[in-house]
Design a protein around this ligand. Structure first.
Ligand SMILES: C[S@@+](CC[C@H](N)C(=O)[O-])C[C@H]1O[C@@H](n2cnc3c(N)ncnc32)[C@H](O)[C@@H]1O
Length: 220
């Protein structure tokens, strides 16, 4: 199977991206569990895709950026712009909360991503980063989607160990305050059942699929 770059893959996946997968469903539950309540807050979603998470977030201000214009095109509006995670076209300390959800694994070197997330988050604010779990990759899972012809396509993914996330974040001035793992378990059973893969479900029970990290920007 040829591996597609992230931009090529999401260009193809964009029209059919929104239905939840097992990974995105698990990830969304993890992020909800990490808080904080967003009602009064300015929220950035860096690598926002279609902006679907911003739509439901209920933040006072929601801004999204993404590398793939086709993903943004399906968003139905909102404050979204095409940009790279490694060079955010945003002011310093402009947000109370900055998310980077299931996007950092598409970047070979996460250091500039952490530097940018820390820069645009106000001191004392929260940065939430989620990633496809290294244990899932080690178990043979890959980041894939079906294209318009129904072919399974693989997306470029770079494995970043939890410790690498934490040390790069620390170097950027972010202190880890919560780490969660989303594992194969009963909340995902229906996804496996729909794909007629209950045998795989039993085999994979307990396997971590998603890593979620929450950081506070250190107050100087
Ligand atoms: C799995 S999707 C996640 C989208 C969204 N965060 C969500 O949870 O629905 C990954 C997204 O990361 C974006 N992406 C990949 N590399 C990027 C980069 N260097 N800068 C900005 N966005 C990037 C892709 O275009 C894609 O929309």
């Amino acid at each position: 199977m040829t591996t597609l770059t992230a931009q090529e893959a999401y260009r193809l996946w964009a029209p059919r991206y929104e239905p939840e997968t097992a990974v995105s469903f698990l990830e969304n539950r993890l992020v909800a569990s990490l808080g904080p309540p967003l009602a009064e807050l300015r929220l950035l979603d860096a690598g926002c895709g279609t902006g679907r998470r911003l739509r439901d977030a209920g933040a006072a201000l929601g801004v999204g950026i993404d590398l793939t214009p086709e993903m943004l095109a399906g968003s139905g509006g909102g404050l979204l712009a095409a940009a790279d995670l490694r060079a955010l076209p945003l002011h310093d300390a402009a947000f109370d909360v900055a998310w980077c959800r299931l996007a950092i694994g598409h970047v070979a070197d996460p250091a500039p991503v952490y530097a940018e997330l820390a820069r645009v988050c106000r001191p004392g604010g929260t940065v939430v980063v989620t990633d496809f779990h290294p244990a899932a990759v080690a178990a043979g899972h890959r980041r894939t989607f079906r294209d318009a012809d129904g072919r399974v396509r693989e997306i470029e993914h770079h494995v970043h160990a939890p410790e690498a996330h934490a040390s790069l974040a620390a170097a950027a001035g972010l202190r880890l305050h919560a780490r969660r793992e989303g594992r194969v378990g009963p909340v995902l059973r229906s996804f496996y059942a729909r794909a007629d893969r209950l045998g795989a479900y039993e085999e994979q029970r307990g396997l971590p699929l998603v890593l979620a990290l929450a950081f506070r920007r250190v107050v100087p």
